[in-house]
Design a protein around this ligand. Structure first.
Ligand code: GDP
Length: 444
């Protein structure tokens, strides 16, 4: 998870502050020195760190903070606000052309995840009611066109190609016509990448830009490359002008320096972050939520949105009916576990819950619980339909057979049945009078 190291260090600094009743100037100086070190260790741009710490310090030393009853809380609040501002404040939403047809030009260096992100963006737009088409403009690597077609296929989005053409600006212009003719309202143009910024690439992108007049130019950068990503963003912005940044591979970046520096250095906001290789792993970037997450205040909004996205109205109604009739089966139990998985697994959910700090998470042993999940799934899959529907029939010989089938000891089967019974009891307390509303509110 991104920002892990930074998050832990900052939380420790604030724990120290909170332990004191009132704060002296020297307390704040010490804390700010630690904040500065933490940010530098997270690979945040040096100048950005200097300005950030200076701003936080100045505000923290103000009369109203020092004289307040909860000075430490006030300092944390200031850090939260400044972090939010640092990552782009509120202006980081993707925008659509008011004319009704939007072109996004996707640019970036090779290997940053540009092609994958084109597919992710198409999937995101479809989820949000748009009709996107993709366009392949890499005239140098036929394999890149193939890759975009594979990606497009996976997200059920057509890909416009002109394999014999060597003029990307013409391909893009034709794609615009074709998309409009076929009733699409967004065109995502994938372009060629290079290992580093060079004049020829910039000229080519500028030509495509003037041919299709994109509503937004989105630069894809790789979070794992740290300050190199920020430098690339600066270069692309100076030479081509970009509207926003999509930062990929945030799932593997424990430092977060690129994400924290990009906006301040380039003046352009991060609009999305890539959180995995799968095509649904693209999240809109919300600086205020990210700041809260870094400071261990959780991110309930994202959690609720995720639950809403994956919430299946009809399924919930069915489930409720079953609970009322006391017919909640192991099959349903399996499905519930599937829901949790769909939301990104326990680790991701815990990340978003306020108060669950990194120490607590370590104690829970996440890898272990994910493994147990998989084991439970395997056990249920080794049962017959009748057994899944009525676990009461699971006598000793059935349990032995299942254990042999899934390669786990009988004790695991017993444990699962106990968990199922516990879950059933807990869920039952939600059903009954007023339960429907209560249960719905849990998800909405
Ligand atoms: P391109 O050369 O810029 O078009 O890059 P690709 O789209 O081919 O991606 C390069 C590699 O990065 C692929 O293996 C992708 O699966 C991977 N990738 C892209 N985005 C992410 C992300 O957000 N997280 C992770 N973990 N991998 C990603």
């Amino acid at each position: 998870m991104a920002f892990e190291g930074l998050s832990e260090k900052l939380q420790n600094v604030f724990k120290g502050l909170k332990g004191k009743g009132s704060l002296t100037e020297s307390d704040i100086n010490t804390a700010m020195r630690e904040v500065k070190l933490a940010l530098l260790e997270a690979d945040v741009n040096f100048k950005v760190v200097k300005d950030f710490v200076a701003a936080v310090k100045e505000k923290s030393l103000g009369e109203e903070v020092m004289a307040s009853l909860t000075p430490a809380q006030q300092v944390i609040k200031i850090v939260n606000e400044e972090l939010t501002e640092l990552m782009g404040g509120t202006g980081s939403k993707l925008t659509y052309s008011p004319k009704g047809f939007t072109v996004y030009l996707m640019v970036g260096l090779q290997g940053t995840g540009k092609t994958t992100t084109c597919g992710k963006l198409a999937a995101y737009l479809k989820k949000n009611g748009k009709k996107p088409m993709l366009c392949a403009c890499d005239i140098y690597r036929p394999a890149a066109i193939d890759q975009l077609e594979v990606v497009g296929n996976s997200v059920e989005t057509p890909v416009f190609t002109m394999r014999d053409s060597k003029e990307p600006e013409k391909i893009a212009a034709e794609a615009v016509k074709e998309a409009q003719r076929r009733g699409f309202n967004v065109l995502i143009v994938d372009t060629a990448g290079r290992l580093q910024i060079d004049e020829a690439l910039m000229d080519e992108l500028a030509t495509i830009k003037s041919a299709v007049k994109p509503h937004e130019i989105l630069l894809v950068v790789d979070a794992l490359t740290g300050q190199d990503a920020v430098n690339a963003a600066e270069g692309f912005n100076e030479k081509l002008g970009i509207d926003g940044i999509i930062m990929t591979k945030m799932d593997g970046d424990s430092r977060g320096g690129a994400a924290l520096s990009a906006k301040k250095v380039t003046g352009k906001p991060i609009k999305f972050v890539g959180m995995g290789e799968k095509l649904d792993a693209l999240e809109p970037f919300h600086p205020e939520r990210m700041a809260s997450r870094i400071l261990g205040m959780g991110d309930m909004l994202t959690l609720i949105e995720k639950a809403q996205e994956d919430y299946d109205e009809q399924k919930a109604a069915e489930l409720e009916k079953k609970l009322r009739k006391n017919k909640f089966t192991l099959e349903d139990f399996l499905e519930q576990m599937g829901q949790i998985k769909k939301m990104g697994g326990i680790a991701k959910i815990l990340d978003m819950i306020p108060g669950v700090n990194s120490n607590a998470k370590n104690n829970i042993n996440l890898a272990q619980s994910e493994k147990e999940f998989a084991q439970m799934e395997a056990i249920i899959q080794s049962m017959t339909k009748a057994e899944r529907e009525d676990p009461n029939i699971l006598n000793a010989s059935r349990r032995r057979r299942i254990a042999a089938g899934c390669g786990q000891p009988v004790s695991k089967i017993n444990q699962l049945v106990k968990r199922y019974n516990d879950a059933k009891k807990m869920m039952k307390s939600f059903s009954g009078k007023g339960g429907a509303g209560r249960m719905n509110r849990m998800f909405r």
